[in-house]
Ligand binder design. Structure first.
Ligand SMILES: [Zn+2]
Length: 61
């Protein structure tokens, strides 16, 4: 299994040591996998303040 991490700042899921979107710190302690295809139409994306399509963690420790 790939060791995915999530950004502590914007919740983006990545396999890099740093967030590719905001350059923030990433954590291996995260829960929930959210795929946003159309942030305008996704209620969860709106609630989380996500404005770009991508893969996100619901919760990052
Ligand atoms: Zn980020």
């Amino acid at each position: 299994m790939i060791n995915l991490r999530a950004c502590k700042n914007c919740n983006t899921i990545t396999d890099l040591a740093k967030c590719p979107k905001c350059g923030g710190e990433v954590s291996r302690e995260w829960q929930g996998y959210l795929v946003v295809i159309d942030p305008e139409k996704s209620e969860i994306a709106r609630k989380m303040g996500i404005h770009a399509a991508g893969r996100y963690a619901l919760r990052v420790k």
